[in-house]
Design a protein around this ligand. Structure first.
Ligand code: AMP
Length: 293
């Protein structure tokens, strides 16, 4: 019988658990999260469960990656519900440190991934990706996983982590997991719970706008036109305030002037005080590519 799921609050504890699993010849899978777990996280966990012998989920709301104090303070926390979801999806161990465990002194060392963070969210959330790259480096060093699972929902984050692991020779395979959506297209997010009923009704317009841009690109349209059409879709919804809508390459997350292969269509928008992000992949069918997200 599989041993009961463990919840480690301390670094030495999770290291001990992982060391034990390794000594038994097990491969280590890792799903980093900030908690408030939903079906999107569960999809990462299921991929991790299928792809590794001993699966660790971290739950840590990382202050370093928040550019707004109110967003950090408001971030939903519910460890008992998160633990129940993890247990029902076969997680072996949760690592849920408190802030002092992760940052016992002022963090003087940071990880900065250049260029990939210049656009999209990087442009509007100063210090965000530096905070993400730094905490993920720390978590990788603590857990030392063979594979780590990240959602395509946060495509720029996925690109940053991949590049960071490659540039710093971190021995981890970064595995992308497709975005899980509601029936109306809205990407699942821990922040969706903050939407009031009018905002929730308006929210899927972001996905519709991305689909519009992707459709234009797939039909051979240029990025400028695709972007303008998507912005027009967003403008039909008065509750939405668009932050950005960009068409970028997958390697460096830089805006493209023409379509030469698969691109990422990414957007961010505000609904009241809630910020939503989403993205999809677009491939020009006319050049012999097929479409997938
Ligand atoms: P978070 O807890 O928001 O930091 O997210 C933890 C991980 O879950 C990240 O790798 C996210 O990309 C991923 N994730 C969040 N929402 C979704 C979703 N709707 N579908 C798939 N993965 C997601």
């Amino acid at each position: 019988m599989k041993p009961a799921m463990r919840i480690a609050r301390h670094i030495d504890e999770i290291r001990r658990l992982v060391r034990g699993a390794r000594a038994d010849g097990k491969s280590i899978g890792f799903v980093p999260t900030m908690g408030a777990l939903h079906a999107g996280h569960a999809s990462l966990i299921d991929c991790g469960r299928a792809g590794s012998d001993f699966l660790v989920v971290s739950i840590f709301v990382n202050p370093l990656q928040f550019d707004r104090e109110d967003d950090y303070q408001r971030y939903a926390k519910n460890l008992p519900a998160d633990a129940a979801l993890c247990e029902s999806h076969g997680v072996d161990a949760i690592f849920a440190p408190d802030v002092n465990e992760m940052y016992p002194r002022t963090q003087r060392t940071h990880v900065e991934v250049e260029a990939l963070t210049d656009h999209l969210c990087g442009q509007f959330r100063p210090g965000h990706f530096r905070g993400v790259a730094t905490v993920v480096t720390k978590l990788f060093n603590i857990v030392q996983p063979d594979r780590a699972y990240f959602g395509q929902k946060d495509a720029q984050q996925l690109a940053v982590i991949r590049r960071m692991a490659a540039d710093l020779n971190i021995a981890v395979e970064v595995v992308p997991v497709p975005t899980v959506r509601e029936a109306d297209g809205l990407a699942l997010s821990s922040r969706n719970a903050r939407l009031n009923s009018d905002e929730r009704r308006a929210a899927p317009v972001l996905y519709r706008a991305l689909r519009t841009a992707a459709g234009t690109i797939e039909a051979g349209g240029d990025p400028g036109r695709a972007r303008a059409e998507a912005l027009a879709v967003l403008a039909t919804e008065p509750l939405i305030k668009t932050e950005y809508l960009e068409i970028v390459d997958f390697e460096d997350m830089q805006p493209v002037a023409s379509i030469r292969g698969p691109v990422l269509v990414a957007g961010a928008a505000w609904l009241g005080s809630t910020r939503l992000i989403d993205n999809i992949r677009a491939e020009p069918i006319l050049q012999g590519y097929s479409t997938s997200e």
